[in-house]
Design a protein around this ligand. Structure first.
Ligand code: TA6
Length: 283
């Protein structure tokens, strides 16, 4: 029987604070560190329904980003974030809380991705938050996929923060009205309007937040793309699950492998992408 709701979230606590994560999309929706304000942002208008992506948290983008490299794939950002994942492990070991989920697909499940795969997603909360997305090619044909952990961060005011770590990186400016143009970042990223950029970067990125008096440091492994997004005023109004006045309180810093950095797997091969966040007070 089709259900009109999704299962309630799994809640866990450890030395690093508390987290909440849904089987729906294996979607992390909350991380409240022991000694800081909530790090993960959620829209007050988010919907928790089968087939709908939760607005906020950490959506898992797989096996394509946006409309895919061909530009014509639906649903946007792939199907992983709206599928129900299977709880694989839940444990508190020492100071850490660990929870993991799996998602399997066959060649007949989706015409836009006619391949057999096994995905595994691990959330580990210690003194920092560690996310690992593993994709294995379990079929007989090679395939290429895009992926991203589309993390929404809670910040004091997007007009007051700046992003360090992307200086000299080339990026695709998806918000430029003249079309997809490749540019080069000079200095820190600051926000004065809709910002939607796919950077070629595998390095550390830092959100410096003078309002919440903290730096959120993001480190990645096996991730060659970093996406920076804030919808600003007009785009926020076009999203029914995003409050019109919520845009100043969030920024997305996404770790992934997109476009020319999409991942190719031969049959039987596996790829791990790691993304971690730690919080440091400033001032
Ligand atoms: O990651 C940035 C982006 O691709 C933006 O273009 C915007 O579409 C955002 O993702 C949210 O996408 P969604 O499908 O979740 O509304």
């Amino acid at each position: 029987m089709a259900t009109s709701s999704i299962a309630p979230p799994i809640a866990m606590s450890a030395s690093g604070g508390s987290i909440q994560i849904y089987e729906h999309g294996a979607h992390l929706t909350s991380w409240i560190p022991a000694d800081s304000a909530p790090v993960i942002w959620m829209s007050s208008m988010a919907r928790f329904e089968p087939g709908i992506a939760i607005r906020g948290g950490v959506p898992i983008i797989f096996p394509w980003f946006g409309a895919g490299r061909s530009g014509d794939l639906m649903p946007a950002h792939g199907f992983a974030r709206t599928q129900s994942w299977t709880l694989h492990e839940q444990s508190t070991t020492g100071q850490d809380a660990v929870v993991s989920f799996t998602l399997h697909g066959s060649a007949s499940d989706d015409a836009n991705f006619p391949y057999a795969f096994a995905a595994r997603y691990e959330v580990r909360l210690g003194s920092a938050l560690h996310l690992t997305l593993t994709v294995e090619n379990t079929g007989s044909l090679p395939f290429t996929f895009e992926e991203a952990l589309h993390t929404y961060f809670s910040i004091g005011d997007v007009r007051q923060i700046h992003i360090e770590g992307l200086h000299d990186c080339r990026y695709l400016d998806q918000a430029d009205p003249h079309g997809l143009i490749v540019k080069e970042q000079q200095g820190a990223v600051r926000f004065t309007g809709e910002t939607d950029r796919i950077y070629r970067s595998s390095g550390q990125v830092r959100i410096v937040d003078p309002i919440l008096k903290r730096t959120l440091t993001i480190d990645k492994e096996h991730s060659a793309s970093t996406v920076v997004w804030n919808p600003w005023i007009d785009k926020a109004k076009t999203m029914s699950d995003f409050g019109d006045d919520e845009w100043p309180s969030m920024v997305c810093i996404e770790g992934g492998n997109l476009r020319e950095s999409a991942v190719f797997l031969e049959a039987g091969q596996r790829h791990d992408m790691r993304y971690s966040v730690h919080v440091e007070p400033i001032g």
